[in-house]
Design a protein around this ligand. Structure first.
Ligand code: 8X3
Length: 264
């Protein structure tokens, strides 16, 4: 299916997987609706996306945690941007790596509010239009963490398990319409994910990927574009993808150390 001139709405588009996905759709000639909290970074991504071949870009500041703002932003889209063809529910984050009984409540709230409630708010605002127009594709960002819980990550893993349930539930609820629903579930991807998790502690973040060649954001963007560009009658339900050095969320092999285990 050609992506030329399709309206692709990406949340969390200012960096990481969202940014790489913007460029991937740009090079297919799509029209991009880009949203993120950080307006300055988003503007830079918007310019690069135009250079990469996007037919047009409309970027706006959005915090998916704020339901009234999400509903208002979608309702206020200029008419030429309102018929969203593809929604990429990418905004998400992890905070902390702690035993559940020692976890920080504000970390839990931020992860649940963004990864679960934010995804729901955006979906609720966008999908009715897709159903009405009889066309659309929702891509949700899942994770190996949603398949299998790892130690000290219960709440992050719970948000991704929720994403899996929402992805599968939405696909059942749009059955009978042409709307497609896909979850892309990567393992370790080298983005700011771990820096955000450890609140800017770069040394700690670097340890996560030591001795492993992680997926790149481009690898994940490739999978998203692949899923979205299948023929209209094909629905890709899930894409579970890891680096070769990672078997699942519990087991990875670190080259230099020659160890296999689950220490993040
Ligand atoms: C990210 C995967 O294993 O780094 O969703 O938590 S992991």
């Amino acid at each position: 299916m050609s992506l030329k001139a399709k309206i692709v709405f990406i949340t969390g588009a200012s960096s990481g997987i969202g940014e790489a996905t913007a460029y991937a759709f740009a090079s297919e000639g799509a029209r991009l609706l880009l949203a993120a909290r950080r307006q300055d970074k988003l503007s830079a991504v918007a310019s690069k996306a135009l250079e990469a071949g996007a037919q047009a870009v409309h970027a706006f500041e959005l915090d998916v945690q704020k339901q009234p703002a999400v509903a208002a932003a979608i309702a206020a889209l200029p008419a030429e941007w309102s018929a969203i063809d593809v929604l990429i529910n990418n905004a998400g984050l992890s905070r902390g790596l702690d035993k559940l009984y020692q976890g920080h409540i504000e970390d839990w709230d931020e992860m649940i509010d963004t990864n679960v409630k934010g995804l729901l708010y955006v979906t609720r605002a966008v999908v009715p239009g897709m159903v009405e127009r009889g066309s659309g594709h929702v891509v949700n960002m899942g994770s190996t963490a949603g398949e299998l819980t790892y130690p000290n990550g219960a709440v992050y893993c719970a948000t991704k398990a929720a994403e899996k349930a929402i992805n599968d539930g939405l696909r059942q609820d749009v059955l009978g319409t042409p709307v497609r629903v896909t979850s892309i579930d990567p393992g370790m991807v080298e983005t700011d994910f771990s820096k955000v998790r450890f609140r800017g502690d770069e040394t700690r973040a670097a340890k996560v990927y030591q001795g492993i060649t992680p997926l790149s954001p481009v690898d994940v963007a490739d999978a998203i574009v692949w899923a979205v560009s299948r023929p209209a009658h094909v629905n890709i339900a899930h894409v579970l993808m890891t680096p070769v050095g990672q078997a699942n969320s519990l087991l990875f092999h670190r080259e230099q150390a020659g160890t296999t285990g689950n220490t993040r």
